[in-house]
Design a protein around this ligand. Structure first.
Ligand code: HEC
Ligand code: HEC
Ligand code: HEC
Ligand code: HEC
Length: 342
């Protein structure tokens, strides 16, 4: 080998190694999820899957409690939602939510233990609304959660605050700096998989109902308000939501789309329809449950813009295609299956 070539190789090899270290090391597993030849495959890293598996174990449910005896509303003073449970069922429910939300702090996280009827802690007021939110998901969002359903554990996993929530990001207009106006993008943001896509796909799509579909057969489709719906900028916003969705489920775009035609529903997998409902469900939870609780939370729980913590796909999914890999926990808690009758 010529000396100059050897020197060149010696210089290039470490550079190549450095570049490749950004890739995942083998083995990588591929699972076909669509029709053959369409490239609809899922690429999994077995090491990530192993880590995920331990994060997604559902706790064992305690034995069902007897429905006999007086009802909670007959015995207790301030039971507004779960009044029709028997006292035994009610106690089982209190023990379960303690395990799911405040295992370290116990009953005192929500109660003044001198007087359980008192609503003096904000956590109790929030928890009451959370019970209704969980019932709402299981009752009205079956097109998304099916019979699997959710419990407090789906989001909380033994934490006071679910590990994945979102706030409206702080203002990054940098009026007086060289950075200028970032236009809501151009940072390597975690919320969008370290891409430079718009870093807040949540406010427009999981709170407001901005248009997600951008494909069109015509150029420059202009809406009533004069905005171009099929612009590159619009597409970047859609992509940032899609990256969030893929990351939160731990899947590739081909889990839902045949990527030769992103827009086509005929060529998509049924999971894309489930996801469509998921977007509407997240919006519903954020607008009907989370946002109205804003003034109930203390200031230190609010985000940089003063808004409450909200739900996105990761809040429930946490990297799994189905939360807890589809463990059907909710069936063991009939009181969370449907909204209590007023
Ligand atoms: C995550 C918050 C939370 C935790 C933790 C919690 N509770 Fe509760 N508790 C509530 C809520 C909310 C209500 C009211 C339910 C309703 O309105 O239907 C309530 C009501 C009660 C009541 C009825 C009081 C009355 O007279 O109105 C009792 C008793 C009670 N809880 C006992 C317990 C015990 C014992 C524990 C610990 C094992 C516990 N709770 C843990 C949120 C909590
Ligand atoms: C869909 C996801 C989801 C489910 C299901 C859910 N929660 Fe929450 N919970 C949240 C979010 C988001 C917050 C806001 C985080 C914060 O407190 O800043 C929250 C906050 C709370 C808080 C206030 C904690 C604090 O310290 O600020 C309590 C208490 C609570 N939830 C109890 C419950 C109970 C009890 C259930 C089941 C009946 C439940 N949650 C089900 C998402 C969920
Ligand atoms: C979990 C399912 C799911 C995954 C994964 C997913 N998408 Fe989507 N995608 C959807 C749904 C649902 C819609 C339609 C949303 C709506 O209209 O409310 C959509 C819409 C789109 C659109 C707009 C199509 C149109 O009609 O204009 C594009 C482009 C797109 N996705 C690209 C991607 C890319 C790129 C990825 C991977 C980074 C991806 N998607 C991952 C479910 C998914
Ligand atoms: C309140 C919790 C919750 C939230 C928030 C949530 N999901 Fe789900 N999702 C579930 C549950 C539970 C299932 C399992 C349903 C079943 O067993 O069929 C599920 C199933 C799915 C599936 C079907 C997977 C399959 O292989 O059949 C897709 C796709 C999905 N979710 C996408 C999303 C997307 C995208 C978002 C955010 C826009 C989202 N989910 C938000 C709870 C949630």
């Amino acid at each position: 080998m010529k000396k100059s070539l050897r020197i060149l190789l010696a210089a290039l090899l470490p550079a190549a190694a450095a570049l490749l270290s950004g890739c995942e090391r083998p083995p990588i597993e591929t699972v076909q999820t669509g029709y053959r030849g369409t490239g609809m495959e899922q690429i999994y890293n077995p090491r990530t899957l192993l880590k995920q598996a331990s994060l997604n174990q559902a706790p064992v449910a305690p034995e069902a409690a007897s429905a006999d005896g007086p009802k909670a509303k007959e015995i207790y003073q301030n039971v507004q939602v779960l009044g029709d449970l028997s006292v035994a069922q009610f106690s089982r429910h209190m023990a379960s939510i303690t395990q799911w939300v405040s295992p370290d702090e116990g009953c005192a996280y929500c109660h003044n233990v001198q007087n359980f009827a008192e609503d003096s802690k904000y956590t109790k007021v929030v928890a009451r609304r959370m019970i209704e939110m969980t019932q709402r998901v299981n009752q009205d969002w079956k097109p998304h959660v099916a019979a699997t359903g959710v419990t407090c554990y789906t989001c909380h996993r033994g934490n006071n605050i679910p590990t994945n929530v979102w706030f409206a990001p702080k203002d990054r207009k940098y009026a007086n700096s060289v950075m200028g106006d970032l236009a809501g993008q151009n940072l390597a943001a975690r919320s969008v998989g370290l891409t430079s896509l718009p870093f807040d796909p949540f406010t427009p799509y999981l709170k407001d109902a901005a248009q997600i579909r951008v494909n069109s057969n015509e150029a420059m489709v202009v809406r009533g308000d004069g905005k171009n719906l099929s612009s590159t900028k619009q597409a970047e916003h859609t992509y940032s939501l899609m990256v969030h969705m893929s990351e939160s489920l731990g899947v590739n775009c081909t889990y839902c789309h045949n990527t030769r035609n992103f827009a086509s529903w005929e060529e998509s997998r049924p999971q894309r329809v489930t996801a469509w409902y998921g977007i509407r469900m997240a919006r519903d939870l954020n607008n009907d449950y989370m946002t109205p609780l804003t003034s109930t939370f203390p200031d230190h729980r609010l985000g940089p813009q003063g808004d409450v913590a909200k739900v996105n796909c990761t809040t429930c999914h946490q990297g799994a295609y189905k939360p807890l890999y589809g463990a059907a926990m909710a069936k063991d808690y009939p009181e969370l299956q449907a909204l209590a009758k007023p």
